[in-house]
Design a protein around this ligand. Structure first.
Ligand SMILES: Cc1ncc(CN)c(N)n1
Length: 222
């Protein structure tokens, strides 16, 4: 059996769909999301992105080949140079200063997801780590594409969240997503069914933690 990334999403289809099409995502697309929920999400996502940059640094540390090192470097660059830069700018526009960001308390959903990924990477190998990271990079790219295809999505100035959708639909982010998909497809092609079952569990867990992250934003939970 020659596995591919799509087999990971198929193995947890209900969770994957619940993540991509969460109420938070739908409200972002329609421009109807509660602004305080978005602010809460932005703050926690700042903390999330810092830990995810650390996870890509861990992927670099665990890389044994130049190709793997380059892939980890691409992921780190996508987070630090694209997302975090834009994110700090979004936060400023939404009234959250860099000083505020530096003093944020971490919500339980942020703590659970980020530490799960770091722990998976620490105890497993490079493929375990990339599979735990995949719902993040691939999921947000797919969410932007899904939103762009929905009739309820409002693009342009009428939607206060348009810049957020544009970031994940951007050529740069989509290129990072496609590079990750290519890397995963190449590595998944020769895993055994038993190994695939292990990786599917990791992917499903990380996807569920993404669902919890959206819900944390919607509920403004700490
Ligand atoms: C929680 C979460 N997941 C994914 C992404 C996209 N890197 C993000 N910014 N935040």
């Amino acid at each position: 059996m020659c596995y591919r990334f799509a087999d990971l999403t198929t193995a947890c289809q209900d969770d994957w769909t619940a993540y991509l099409q969460h109420d938070f995502v739908r409200a972002l697309g329609a421009g109807s999301l509660d602004e305080n929920a978005f602010r809460h999400y932005l703050k926690q996502d700042y903390l999330f992105l810092i830990h995810f940059a650390r996870a890509y640094a861990l992927a670099a540390y665990k890389s044994r080949t130049l190709a793997d090192l380059r892939q980890a470097h691409e992921g780190l660059k996508a987070i630090v140079d694209i997302e975090l830069d834009l994110h700090v700018g979004f936060c400023r526009e939404w009234g959250i200063s860099e000083d505020d960001l530096a003093q944020l308390p971490e919500a339980r959903a942020t703590l659970a997801y980020t530490r799960y990924v770091l722990d998976t990477g620490n105890r497993g190998d490079l493929l375990d780590l990339h599979v735990a990271l995949a719902p993040c990079l691939v999921g947000y790219g797919e969410i932007a594409n899904w939103l762009n295809a929905q009739p309820f999505t409002l693009r342009g100035e009428g939607n206060p969240y348009d810049a957020w959708i544009a970031m994940y639909a951007s050529d740069e982010f989509q290129a990072a997503m496609n590079a990750e998909l290519e890397w995963l497809n190449a590595r998944l092609a020769d895993v055994t069914p038993a190994r695939f079952a292990e990786l599917s569990t990791t992917f499903r867990d990380a996807t569920r933690l993404e669902i919890d992250f959206w819900q944390m934003g919607l509920d403004q939970a700490d």
